[in-house]
Design a protein around this ligand. Structure first.
Ligand SMILES: [Fe+2]
Length: 273
């Protein structure tokens, strides 16, 4: 499924696979003035010709290397005559699937988003300039080491990829680092922005800064609780159970990659590092 929503000059393309009548783990690509931010999961490739028939694209940026963000790079490169996708230097060899960088995805991720084909990529510079806008590239690691965000300071737009999913997030992926994400969220507050465009499809049009402030406050409080209980001698599993209760059913559905235990373990690891 691809669903387009227009928000002034910004187009949001919500993309995801429908299984058993349900849209599963949809993500959003954003298009502004010739710039496409992320290319979506490969499972929607068959719908791209129609959805992007009237869209002139000159630049493709990947906010990070995850399969739902790079899956259609090759389609856009072939069908819109685009050069290499622009991404963080750490993402480039993964997107290109250079030797040793082609790590197999677990089955649930192949089912949900699909295996992205190799595509050409190049290290992004500090700025992206379109006909009418200038986007500052900000390194915002934590969700992944190669995560970037794009800020258009004149318009107050911040495209923050997968850095912000919501305020009270207690389930994270095994390879996310909330300690680093907290630093990235704090970094964003050094800039002026009013609108937060998230790859989850969420768009905060008011109070975007307050939403980030609230998320930082929530995670700092959770971090302190986790570390207090750790110092009391509780094991990570006990802490997770005491603070957040049992894992949701999707913990097992997601190959145990997304869960409360990962937040707890990462906050404990943060004490030791
Ligand atoms: Fe991601």
């Amino acid at each position: 499924m691809i669903k387009r929503t227009q928000m002034g000059p910004v187009s949001k393309f919500l993309m995801g696979r429908i299984m058993d009548g349900q849209l599963i783990r949809a993500m959003a690509c954003y298009y502004i003035d010739g710039l496409l931010i992320d290319s979506g999961p490969v499972h929607v490739a068959g719908e791209l010709s129609e959805a992007f028939a009237d869209i002139p694209i000159h630049t493709l940026v990947n906010t990070h290397h995850h399969e739902d963000h790079i899956g259609n790079n090759i389609w856009f490169q072939h069908n819109h005559d685009l050069g290499p996708a622009l991404a963080h230097s750490l993402a480039v060899p993964i997107i290109e699937k250079r030797a040793g960088q082609d790590i197999p995805l677990p089955a649930y991720r192949v089912t949900t988003w699909g295996e992205p084909p190799a595509s050409r990529a190049r290290s992004i510079g500090p700025e992206i300039i379109s006909e009418n806008f200038r986007f500052t590239v900000l390194e915002t690691p934590g969700h992944s080491p190669d995560h970037i965000s794009l800020l258009e300071p004149q318009q107050g737009w911040l495209f923050a990829g997968d850095l912000y999913f919501g305020e009270k997030v207690i389930e994270i992926h095994m390879d996310e680092d909330p300690n680093i994400m907290l630093n990235s969220l704090m970094k964003l507050l050094r800039y002026d922005f009013e609108f937060l465009f998230c790859s989850s499809g969420k768009v905060l049009q008011e109070n975007a800064r307050q939403a980030i402030v609230a998320k930082i406050a929530f995670w700092e409080e959770e971090r302190d609780k986790v570390r207090y209980l750790c110092k009391q001698g509780l094991e990570p599993e006990e802490i997770s159970d005491r603070l957040y209760g049992p894992e949701s059913p999707r913990f097992d559905r997601c190959n145990r990659e997304l869960g409360k235990i990962h937040l707890v373990k990462a906050f404990i690891k943060g004490i030791q590092s």
